[in-house]
Design a protein around this ligand. Sequence first.
Ligand SMILES: Cc1cc2nc3c(=O)[nH]c(=O)nc-3n(C[C@H](O)[C@H](O)[C@H](O)COP(=O)(O)OP(=O)(O)OC[C@H]3O[C@@H](n4cnc5c(N)ncnc54)[C@H](O)[C@@H]3O)c2cc1C
Length: 494
Amino acid sequence: MTVKSVDVLLVGAGAMSSTLAMILKQLDPNLKICVVERLKSVAKESTDGWNNAGTGHAAYCELNYTPENDNGDVDISKALSINASFELSLQFWTHLVKNQVLPTPSEFINRTPHRSFVWGEKNVAFLRKRFELMSAHHLFAGMEYSENHEQLKEWMPLIMNGRDDKEPVAATNMPRGSDVDFGSLARYMMDHLQNQDDFELLLNHNVEDLKKSSNDGWSVSVKDRDSGKESRIKAKFVFLGAGGGALPLLQKSGIPESKGYGGFPVSGQWLVCEDADVAEQHYAKVYGKAAIGAPPMSVPHLDTRVINGKKALLFGPFAGFTTKFLKKGSIMDLPASIKGNNLKPIVSVGMNNMDLTRYLISEVFQSNRSRMNSLREYFPEAKDENWSLASAGQRVQIIKKDDEGRGTLEFGTEIVASEDGTIASLLGASPGASTAVQAMLDVIEICFSDRLETCGWKEKLKTMIPSYGESLIDDAKLLQTVRKDTLQVLNLNA
Ligand SMILES: Cc1cc2nc3c(=O)[nH]c(=O)nc-3n(C[C@H](O)[C@H](O)[C@H](O)COP(=O)(O)OP(=O)(O)OC[C@H]3O[C@@H](n4cnc5c(N)ncnc54)[C@H](O)[C@@H]3O)c2cc1C
């Protein structure tokens, strides 16, 4: 059996591994890095263009990031932290564009205004309050608000045409929002890395198993999916950036930190319109309010998408249920992930989330007519013949054991790492690829803390991400400086 040794082994070639590999290679070009991907090309699972919504999640338009409590108070703290995280991604991409690692920005990011839209008195009152709080903070400066039908017609004609003029409506507008083709972005990063010394990308190879070796590293079994040939890679550090495939591998690692975690897969579908005449009439990502019982990531939105330079519209997502953890995974993924240490948390999550269960059942059995009716709540004059159904990527939500041994269902992402920092994995899916840079910086801080301090990595990070180590939530002046640069380099200025 072939055996090779590397410093860093990354499992999966999606948004997360490509970002981590790129940051690490910039920090230390001598690191020997290998990426193992089970599919024949890079970023073909959740990271691929049509498998996600491509929203550069900056919390400008996503109403689920600003929840309202029973007293009517709106909490914007999550929105602040997501916005600040996205700013790190923008800075890193800016650095890569300036250094010709990434091509002209329109190949992967395009300015697309982010707008929220609601109807009904209660929702209008919520949006007004949300706007007042957000626009007062420097991160959200520039946000606009209107309840005027004529203004809204300018912002979102397809959504306003055919609507009752007397209906109370409101919208916010953030001109500097973005649509990101995360698939192209990951592929550009991997293309660049493949031209570097000491970097290898193994496509069509599956990571089957991993074991801690006596010398503190990991011994990882890899299988060529064509020939069936097995090989072994010894790695000082392993990152499980396998998307939905991360949980099973984390369980195989056997680290104590993996115990008690389970996964709850939620699949998705979109309605897609590629008719150029219709697509030309909408230029925004317009997010509405989620239905009762819907998981936070199921907020309906009508989006402009630009994938491979072609403009189209997307509406959704419509949730679904399958037991696969990856779009191209196996129906045995969920059953195989149930272990003695996570059975109780999984069962309790099933029993305590009846709203979600009911919501998923209603989504799964939805007819196309009912999907078109949902679309018409946002685009009243939508015509059936312009829209087709497409499958989105797979999300695996985290089930986490609480102190009483029961489970909680989490909708965010979490890094699970071993105490010695030799292995880390990313579980969960939201806010997703937009905050990949923050997530991978967290991995570096947990697993490479010594090098951050002693090898000049902190200083190098500051050249790539000028606000690294500072708070953009607190420092308005710093935000102004970094944003001026990112908006200009990435062509996101209105
Ligand atoms: C419907 C939907 C909408 C979304 N919308 C947005 C959005 O608007 N904005 C946003 O920022 N994020 C969004 N996301 C989230 C975003 O897509 C993900 O967070 C991100 O793509 C995850 O990247 P990843 O690298 O972790 O996983 P993936 O892109 O899934 O990559 C994991 C890779 O690992 C490989 N792999 C798995 N197991 C193995 C193994 N054993 N051996 C080798 N390789 C393996 C897989 O083949 C895959 O290529 C959305 C996700 C979904 C599903």
